[in-house]
Design a protein around this ligand. Sequence first.
Ligand SMILES: NC(=O)c1ccc[n+]([C@@H]2O[C@H](COP(=O)([O-])OP(=O)(O)OC[C@H]3O[C@@H](n4cnc5c(N)ncnc54)[C@H](OP(=O)(O)O)[C@@H]3O)[C@@H](O)[C@H]2O)c1
Length: 332
Amino acid sequence: MKAIRIHQNGGPEVLRYEDCELPEPAPGEARVRHSAIAVNFSDVNVRRGGFYIANPQRYPLIPGNEGAGVVTALGPGASAVAVGDRVAYVGSGGPFYENTGSYADERNLPSRCLLKLPEGSPETLAAALLLKGLTAAMVINRVYTPKRGDIILIHAASSGVGLLLTQWSKHLGATVIGTVGSEDKARIARAHGCDHAILYRESDFVAAVKKIVPRGVSAVFDGVGKDTFMASIDCVRRFGMLVNYGNASGHVPPLDLLLLAKKGSLSVSRPAFSTYIEEPGEFQSASAELFDLVKRGVLKVEISKTYALRDAAQAHRDLEGRKYAGSLLLIP
Ligand SMILES: NC(=O)c1ccc[n+]([C@@H]2O[C@H](COP(=O)([O-])OP(=O)(O)OC[C@H]3O[C@@H](n4cnc5c(N)ncnc54)[C@H](OP(=O)(O)O)[C@@H]3O)[C@@H](O)[C@H]2O)c1
């Protein structure tokens, strides 16, 4: 099969399109022929050798851990799916950034990690939606549920997760203030329900937020991290909530808890989506909620660009260059 492999950490140029062997599925495994592969920020961290990689990486390594496709073979005892099923997966059992291998034509995975796709949900939709949607669902269902009258600040509101958070918060009746990196992204964020778009690379977002809502927002949803988190503390009303779910700009520095008391008795959460789906059945029920929200038109999934698998390096350049809104996909 063809796969993208890395032989060392580095820039996008270490992503090489190569021939490699795929063994027969082991006991409990299913082989999936990919129709669509998600490009996630975590893949960039794996490629770079990111700050949260705990175990030494073994090379050559196939990055990526989210995809959708068709089951083509089963190992002994793999009973969760059947040959011909259309399936999707987000991770392969452990942390999302370990046991990767989706940047490939095909892949073997534990069959229990596979989700059978509902009728009418294309593989491209599933690959573009699941990780980003489960992250948004975790924030909204488990950490802070926006309600009518709330004003929510969403950083990088046109990003993969940001666009879903924006639409979902609006659906629940909140007003959304979104930060964005360009006029183009502001237009896309507004088209998905963002009420106020702030160009945070050109202006002071704290002052802009305070102008819109002098008492501060109810909650901040932040996937940018280092460049936005600390300043966001000054955007929140008393007893408000800051959710840092990602680090696109880098790791948030250590936080002095006393600061939260001084700034208005604030709360902080740093959730990881894997916790949200770790109990049996939770991946299935959380995914069903997402597909239902898409079916009802609450969530529109924005696939900004698809790339041939061989062009994964360009996809990484574009992701790191903040070029596109929404989701990026690789197509084998
Ligand atoms: N907690 C979890 O379980 C979980 C799950 C999924 C994702 N995540 C994390 O959440 C974050 C967002 O995910 P996503 O899928 O929405 O990512 P994405 O679509 O790639 O968007 C990230 C956005 O962050 C902004 N950004 C600000 N500084 C940046 C920088 N230095 N480099 C690149 N982008 C920068 C850019 O938007 P502008 O151009 O508008 O500034 C960019 O489009 C990532 O860090 C990801 O790893 C966490």
